[in-house]
Design a protein around this ligand. Structure first.
Ligand code: SF4
Length: 470
């Protein structure tokens, strides 16, 4: 039998970098502690492509490869097509690397990344080594581009001759399915999550985008869609069959539609899947009954967006939550036996030194198991970016920044240098409490987890050094 004429050698690539960046699901930031998870965009694309093409994965960041080593490994794979993830924290370096790879291997290249949703065509015009951009990494039409890149492909920007083709997006149905992502192709033992109960772990997508409209959040500009529960269950069973027992749901907000979440949790518990999992959600989506179902289904950690202690700042950011509701949510999680991570954003519009100090005090009062203090960043597609450019807090051309690195914004009365000091102070105030440290060590329970705890502590301290993106 003759081989399938359109069977391609596809390399799914995370380019190398000195700093560990998590670039996927339309986000881009450096790892503050030593966390790094499988790239969601590439996982989803692997499901779309594996039946008709030969896939290889090179996550040069997970493998801690230098540029020379990564280039040699990528060339050895002899790809006809390279699909890579990038983001606003590292895109210039990523594109330079992929340009060298294309020149050496003669492959076609496609990028997926949040800022490309807004500036993909301009980036393609500036970087001829980029043949295509994905505007929706869940799109099955990626297969069309790989099989025949000369035709216009919906959900993608492609190149034909000298022109960038932009045929637009498919109408997005509210519910979607994806073929089974091929987790087993990824170096799962190289990924790390500080609060995971079990190793290795992987990521599962339950939805994309968010129906809420927080002014600082790029997920608000991605059309909200939910994945069919049966399709999620199929992937969870597949992970269990691979021996994985830890899942990180990547949804920007896991609980959208309480009944749906109840159904999913009951199905997971009813199927007897022995998994532990974590997810992100809003504090105002939680109640005791729901938390009980989530706990029974294996949820051990909730990552909750708090952002600020200041009602004024929360209102201006259109977060639509209040400090008392936040307190209730953390209390209910503790009662349900679910750990918490509190996300804070310092330097949102309206923030002052005093309000940031209030937020730091609030983080200690909430007493979450973990806290993440990031800096407000002018992500593409957000109202925060428009405001920051309009008011001169950033230059209109600012296109490389990192929410876990040095602040790119100078707010009136809160310059970048002060904000950076406050952010480091927040980390010290939260993590260096004797009571917190004693609890963290007691919770570690095994030498492996103690080692992980120490590594995370060292990474967090290193992250306090002034640092701008590569
Ligand atoms: S911050 Fe959370 S709730 Fe707000 S838009 Fe983003 S994902 Fe949605």
């Amino acid at each position: 039998m003759s081989p399938d004429p359109v069977r391609r050698k596809v390399l799914l690539l995370v380019p190398p970098s000195r700093i560990i960046y998590q670039n996927d699901n339309y986000c881009s930031f450096s790892s503050k502690a030593s966390y790094y998870a499988p790239p969601l965009d590439l996982l989803v694309m692997s499901g779309h492509l594996h039946a008709r093409h030969d896939l290889a994965v090179l996550d040069a960041r997970a493998e801690r490869m230098g540029e020379g080593e990564a280039l040699a490994a990528a060339v050895r794979a002899a790809p006809s097509h390279v699909l890579f993830v990038t983001g606003y924290a590292s895109w210039k370096k990523d594109l330079a690397f992929v340009g060298r790879l294309r020149e050496t291997a003669g492959c076609r290249t496609l990028a997926s990344g949040g800022f490309l949703l807004f500036h993909g065509a301009a980036v393609m015009e500036r970087y001829p080594a980029l043949d295509a951009v994905s505007l929706d990494f869940t799109s099955p039409l990626i297969e069309n581009w790989v099989s025949d890149g000369e035709q216009p492909v919906a959900d993608h920007l492609t190149r034909a001759g000298g022109a960038v083709l932009a045929p637009g997006r498919r109408p997005a149905a509210r519910e979607f399915e994806i073929p089974l992502p091929r987790h087993e192709l990824f170096p799962l033992r190289r990924y790390s999550l500080p609060y995971a109960r079990r190793f290795p772990f992987s990521r599962v997508m339950g939805s994309m985008g968010c129906p809420h409209r927080c002014a600082f959040c790029s997920h608000a500009s991605v059309p909200f869609r939910q994945r069919r529960i049966g399709n999620i269950m199929e992937e969870l069973r597949h992970l269990v069959s691979l021996g994985l027992r830890q899942v990180y749901f990547t949804d920007p907000t896991f609980v959208i539609g309480r009944d749906r979440t109840m159904t999913l949790c009951r199905e997971v518990a009813g199927a007897g899947l022995d998994i532990s999992w974590s997810c992100n959600t809003r504090v105002d989506t939680l109640d005791r009954e729901l938390l009980g179902e989530m706990r029974r289904a294996g949820c051990h950690m909730l990552q909750l967006g708090v952002e600020s202690a200041s009602l004024r700042v929360l209102r201006r950011a259109e977060k639509r939550i209040e400090p008392d509701r936040i307190r209730d949510a953390f209390r209910m999680c503790r009662e349900a036996g679910i750990q918490t991570m509190a996300y804070f954003i310092l330097g949102l519009p309206g923030d002052t030194r005093e309000s940031v100090m209030e937020t730091i005090a609030f983080s200690r009062e909430l007493d979450a198991d973990y806290a993440s203090f990031t800096i407000a960043t002018p992500d593409f597609g957000t109202r925060l970016r428009e405001e920051a450019i309009g008011k001169g807090w950033i230059g209109k051309d600012l296109d490389v920044f990192d929410s876990t690195g040095y602040p790119p914004i100078n707010l009136p009365g809160l310059p970048a240098e002060d904000l950076w000091r406050l952010r480091n102070r927040a980390n010290r105030a939260f993590y260096l409490r004797p009571r917190y440290l004693a609890r963290a060590v007691a919770r570690a329970r095994s030498p492996r987890r103690l080692l992980l705890l120490a590594r995370n502590g060292v990474s967090l301290l290193r992250n306090m050094r002034k640092r701008t993106p590569d």
